[in-house]
Design a protein around this ligand. Structure first.
Ligand SMILES: NC(=O)c1ccc[n+]([C@@H]2O[C@H](COP(=O)([O-])OP(=O)(O)OC[C@H]3O[C@@H](n4cnc5c(N)ncnc54)[C@H](O)[C@@H]3O)[C@@H](O)[C@H]2O)c1
Length: 277
């Protein structure tokens, strides 16, 4: 079997790093097409690569026809809502990073049904968090799952949930809890920040049973996520302290590395030793 041919939706901080990982051979695939709502970003990225992909004008062209096997979304929840179904209907697999979109039940159900109907797979990398393997394993025994996310206020800037909170994005004041609620509400209020909440809900106990607390801390130099889960299996406590990506402080370096690791696995085919659940 030849190398997997990849279409990339979103050419921002994460998309750029993914494209470079494919271009350098770190991922054993070929980047065939790229698209971004801001076409100059897609053109600049394509022009910076050794093997130039085609810049396509809309997301339909990313997955249409036989030239692409897999589409990687690194754009936004809106992009998932408008593009994912056509990717699956075009009989391509998909890697989705804006996982928050899938906490909308109708969206999830339509995509899950389409995957079953067309025999395709949507991959959701572990992103900015660790421990999803264990949560998946114990999902039938979970009694509670709590996520506490702590970020510098500037990493939360622009979130609808911050509007009117009076939080100083410049960093004055002490740590402040800016959100407490379930994962579905967290994803609506902080759509670009808590994909982790969506991943925990999908891997574990569901959105309504996953509690989320978001803390804006001017002293925080890392984006940290602490997961506390308990149930008949015992207890799980996991904390990751992520370095923000210089290209987009809302995105953690680990999330980008996780996307690349997933792609490496998807592109590697069989004939290998696989570690982890
Ligand atoms: N799963 C995780 O753990 C995790 C972690 C970090 C980021 N993310 C998500 O990954 C996505 C990409 O992150 P990033 O840091 O690269 O963001 P970014 O803002 O740096 O780049 C996003 C790019 O996508 C483009 N875009 C947005 N909506 C689009 C649409 N509908 N169609 C076409 N292009 C569109 C933008 O123009 C931009 O160039 C975000 O949605 C982010 O929330 C997920």
């Amino acid at each position: 079997m030849g190398k997997k041919r990849i279409g990339l939706l979103g050419c921002g901080a994460m998309g750029t790093r993914i494209a470079r990982a494919i271009d350098s051979g770190e991922v054993d695939g070929v980047l065939e097409r790229v698209h971004d709502a801001e076409p100059e970003k897609a053109r600049a990225l394509a022009g910076s690569l050794a093997r130039r992909p085609t810049v396509v004008e809309n997301h339909h062209l990313l997955s249409s026809g036989p030239g692409v096997d897999l589409v990687v979304e690194a754009a936004s929840q809106d992009a998932v809502r408008s593009a994912a179904l056509s990717v699956i209907q075009n009989r391509k697999d998909m890697v989705v990073m804006s996982v928050g979109a899938l906490l909308d039940e109708p969206v999830y159900e339509v995509l899950a049904d389409a995957c079953a109907q067309f025999g395709r797979t949507i991959y959701l990398p572990s992103g900015a968090v660790a421990g999803l393997d264990a949560l998946r394993a114990v999902r039938g025994e979970l009694e509670s799952v709590t996520l506490t996310t702590t970020k510098h206020p500037r990493s939360l800037a622009g979130a609808p949930g911050l509007a009117g909170s009076g939080i100083d994005l410049g960093g004055a004041g002490g740590p402040t809890t800016v959100f407490e609620g379930d994962a579905a509400a967290a994803v609506r209020s902080f759509p670009a920040n808590v994909n982790v909440a969506a991943l925990l809900a999908l891997a574990g106990a569901g959105a309504a049973a996953t509690s989320v607390r978001i803390v804006a801390d001017p002293a925080a130099e890392r984006n940290s996520h602490r997961i506390d889960a308990r149930g008949r299996f015992g207890e799980i406590a996991v904390e990751v302290r992520n370095v923000p990506d210089p290209g987009n402080p809302r995105t953690s370096r680990l999330a980008i590395l996780s996307a690349i690791a997933t792609l490496r696995g998807v592109c590697s085919g069989g004939g290998s030793v696989r570690v982890g659940t």
